[in-house]
Write a new protein. Structure first.
Lengths: 151, 390
């Protein structure tokens, strides 16, 4: 099993969900339609040949002033095939939201809370989505590009 | 009082066994933990935001301040990410020295963990022994870069300078004596009845659950999962050294202890091999667009001075793109995800902090256990709050 086969199988299974595939410095990124994130992740996790058992990292990116403004980036890893894969979903600047992958990987619990805390991206389906590093009454989302570096 | 006659107890953020400023809200039924809710962020400094306003060189000192008991490892993960972004080759001697220092750092990090963890559970002596050897390592770091905890010694493309004279000799002396010292720690704990009672069967997590929660490092390997990035996806020349990846069986506090004890001996073995095989040659790549000119030239030559000034103030532009590079740090998988827009500063600087994700599984590890076990479990996860809160 190599990454090309993985990408091909994902494309085969979800022909409309994969918007683009890119490779930079031997790392493969799948741009996916953000509405289809959860079934695609379920497939990557559950399929015995894919076996992406690790959600290594999940974070937001703000691309202001470009639109769609936000991206949520997922770094997956498989202990079985020793492959890494990056998924990216794009979200609009207004009311950004994407399904929680907590039902697939519990590691998403705090990672999604952090992305919410820093970017204001909401994750429907998350069991306990609230701020994690900042205080509950904090105003604004610090890692957004329009948030000042100094107060 | 909580629901159903349970009691809410606030543990931390000023509690000696939380290893920093961790607060855990415990819902207790008598002495039994019904629910544990960690509350973090007391040490949040906005490090990822800050890094977006700095050049790639200027970010190196920031990484020291993540897991501040393993500065060298943080440096390594970050420079690997930048080198990947630039497509820069690092000379073999620099790679070997990086491995040498990362392994010494692993030993020193595990020693501090061992001492404080044993102290939490009530054993005083291991702390004194462990800090004795840790100090030897920190002394070596001081010889190398003048700093014990915040080295900033690795550079994009290699190292700031070569090893000082006498360092290799000191390293050899350390490897000769370390195994005997490790025996001393083990004499105090490994078969100690009180230690066994406090740690065996406590805070158990299965391999499947550990992977699903994203646990990495010794916490994962204690659950009988032989996953170590140094073996699975080697970096910086780890494939040239022979070592074993120790694993546990039950995934409890005791196994996490045993895995780290065995790991220290393996790291010592790697250090010995690196010293034996140490290649010669330069310690930094030759790429004037990225690499600072040598200091002696800067002091004598006006062109080098201008070159140095330009690199220090403006940095270097990196090609547009995104990379993720990670290492097996003492705590687990430490990764850096950098997004570059083609300028001299990272557009997005993301740290994948192992302690943060390891700690998120605390709630499942302590549920249904006694309150005194919470102390043992927090210690066994080996967290550093500076890395968690960033």
């Amino acid at each position: 099993m190599d990454l090309i086969t993985v990408v091909d199988r994902v494309k085969q299974k979800f022909p409309e969900s994969v918007l683009g595939v890119s490779t930079f410095r031997e790392e493969t990124t799948l741009e996916i339609r953000s509405e289809d994130l959860l079934p695609l992740c379920r497939f990557l996790h559950d399929d015995p040949e894919m076996a992406f058992d690790f959600l290594i990292d999940l974070c937001g990116v703000d691309n202001l002033p470009r639109e769609p403004r936000f991206q949520v980036v997922y770094h997956l890893c498989s202990t079985k095939t020793r492959l890494r894969l990056r998924l990216k979903g794009s979200l609009p600047g207004k009311n950004p939201k994407i399904a929680s992958v907590f039902p697939v990987w519990k590691a998403a619990d705090w990672l999604e809370r952090e992305a919410f805390d820093m970017y204001g991206v909401t994750f429907p389906g998350h069991p306990d989505l609230r701020r994690i590093l900042l205080t509950p009454d904090w105003q604004g989302y610090p890692l957004r590009k329009d948030y000042p570096l100094r107060g | 009082m909580g629901d159903n006659n349970t009691m809410i107890l606030n543990m931390g953020p000023q509690h000696p066994s939380t290893h920093g400023v961790l607060r855990v809200i415990l819902e207790l039924d008598g002495e039994v933990v019904v629910k544990a809710t960690p509350d973090i962020g007391f040490l949040h400094r906005g490090l990822e935001k800050l890094a977006e306003s700095k050049t790639y060189h200027q970010c190196i000192p920031l990484t020291d301040r993540l897991d501040y008991v393993a500065g060298m490892s943080n440096n390594l993960a970050y420079v690997l990410a930048v080198e990947k972004l630039l497509g820069l080759e690092v000379p073999p001697r620099a790679q070997a020295i990086r491995v040498l220092l990362s392994e010494l750092q692993r030993i020193s990090s595990h020693l501090l963990w061992l001492g404080t963890h044993a102290h939490d559970i009530g054993a005083m002596t291991p702390l004194f022994y462990a800090l004795r050897e840790r100090d030897e390592i920190l002394f070596m770091f001081e010889m190398i870069c003048g700093s014990r905890l915040t080295p900033s010694y690795f550079r994009v493309g290699g190292l700031a300078q070569d090893l000082p004279e006498g360092l290799e000799e000191k390293g050899r002396e350390f490897t000769r004596t370390f195994n005997a010292h490790a025996d001393e720690y083990e004499t105090l704990l490994t078969k100690n009845k009180i230690w066994l009672k406090r740690t065996q069967g406590v805070g158990t997590i299965s391999a499947e659950e550990a992977v699903n929660w994203g646990l990495t490092g010794p916490n994962l390997r204690a659950s009988n999962m032989p996953w170590d990035l140094r073996k699975a996806m080697p970096y910086s020349g780890y494939e040239n050294y022979e070592f074993i990846v120790p694993t546990g069986k039950n995934g409890d506090v005791y196994d996490r202890y045993m895995v780290r004890m065995m790991e220290m001996r393996q790291s010592n073995e790697i250090v010995r091999q690196v010293l034996d095989k140490m290649p010669g040659g330069p310690v930094i790549a030759q790429d004037p667009k990225v690499i600072y000119p040598p200091k002696d030239r800067v002091q004598e030559n006006i062109e080098s001075l201008i070159h140095h000034f330009h690199l220090a103030s403006a940095g270097f532009p990196a090609p547009a793109g995104e990379v993720y590079a990670s290492i097996e740090s003492p705590k687990g998988e430490l990764g850096f995800y950098l997004v570059s827009d083609g300028t001299n500063k990272p557009w997005r600087f993301r740290v994948r902090p192992p302690s943060f994700i390891n700690l998120s599984a605390l709630a499942v590890m302590v549920q249904g256990r006694l309150i005194s076990d919470v102390v043992a479990v927090i210690g066994s996860i080996d967290i550093v709050l500076a890395e968690i809160d960033r």
